[in-house]
Design a protein around this ligand. Sequence first.
Ligand code: TNX
Length: 493
Amino acid sequence: MADAIAVIPQPAHVETTGDAPFVLTETTTVVVDGRPDLIGIAVLAADLLGRVGGRAVEVRYSENTASSESTALGVVRLRLVQSLPAGDEAYRLTARSGRIDLEARTPAGLVRAIVTLRQLIAAGPGGSLQVPAVRIEDAPRYAWRGLSVDVARHFLPVRDLKVVIGLMAHYKLNVLHLHLTDDQGWRLHLRSRPLLTRLSSSTSVDGDPGGYYSADDYADLVAYGAVRGVRIVPEIDVPGHVNAATHAYGDLNPTGEPTETYTGIEVGFSRLHADLPATRPFLTDVFTEVAAMTPGEYVHIGGDEVLTMEAAEYATLVAAASAAVRAAGKKVVGWQEIAHTPLEPGTVVQYWDTRVDPAPFVAAAQAGALLLMSPGSKAYLDMKYDATTELGLEWAGHIELRDAYDWEPSTLVEGVPAESVIGVEAAVWTETLRDLPALTQMLLPRLAAIAEVAWSAPERRDWDDFRARVGRQAAFWDRLGLSWYASPQVDWT
Ligand code: TNX
């Protein structure tokens, strides 16, 4: 029975009880208290279970079903309880014949329980579907478990991003970081700055088609993520990577003229100017509006790869962007390079460039910054798997599945205080990835590895065990019609 349990990421505590399994039948019903914040989750659970079973699963609200609950076989009961260990995403799952209990302190915890349940469903005798009798208690290691997606180099429509959000939720990731702007395109419509999308959204790398999210599209993504326990962190990348902005608003340039569109893949050439009168109003407008559209706590200001600017001007512009974000009531996230500037305590600094001296990054942590770990050589899922991989880049090396799995976020950078690390984020840059199949080919299977690094306690992680579990994910990806990479490190079943 134990090998029927192949959950990714590995839960904190799993105990098989040896009882008869729970069998999914046409009477399997999701039962939940009729609280408004639980209805969406119950519908999600019924939807996910129904898809696995190939037939609709009903939802019942418990005040109407007190009697049927005790008699009906096949109840999946969702409940909020206060008795679990602290942590918004902790949950308990108890499965036995006729009844499964999913308990958590918050709706987000119930979502984690639901995807664990979904992963436990396996083929039983006679074509049945069953869940082994098991008791699971689980909670994440890190509060921030993210994926950064570059929708600027190539645009991904909302329907494709929803597939990505679904995959993230399936592996208990909880932050979708959207890299919304870069030299090649501006992907979010802002009422305060309409020319950004009007003039700079139709371009992409290599002359491919562009696109942008309307305010309604963005709200739709936020809502789709919220039901699945995935929050959106929008990134507006400044003061470099801004050619889409300087193309739309010529007053951001010393000449006063718009820059040309850019569809190549060089980095580091575009920039804002601290001494131009248009610059600060631009930062204020953009960050204020993006913050207002975003219910989550964080807004990302970018800050990476500004190769043509003096340190003092860079620091001035990072401070101006940060001030606009804070004035709008949000916390600041920025790439590693912002560690070269004075930071307010609590600023999140995202480590990525494994080629440079990490001393400023370590110093920022010692001065009160929080660290998000996205090491290019482990977590950059746009890196090729090996020399034969058709798509992707190579500047941080090749990343096979085991490379993405076998690393420890708290000790990767020497001298970092372990308690400063708030989480782990994978990143996928899209210079060479022009659509969803290309994207998932790079994400799968490595996203599952990063998810386990972020969720599971170090003593619960084991490469050979992960290898066996991930081998059983292929059927799920195939069922969703997703393209994925058949790593030779895994026996795919
Ligand atoms: C570095 S990571 C970049 C991106 C590129 C990526 C390609 C970071 C903060 N900047 O602009 O797309 O490498 O792997």
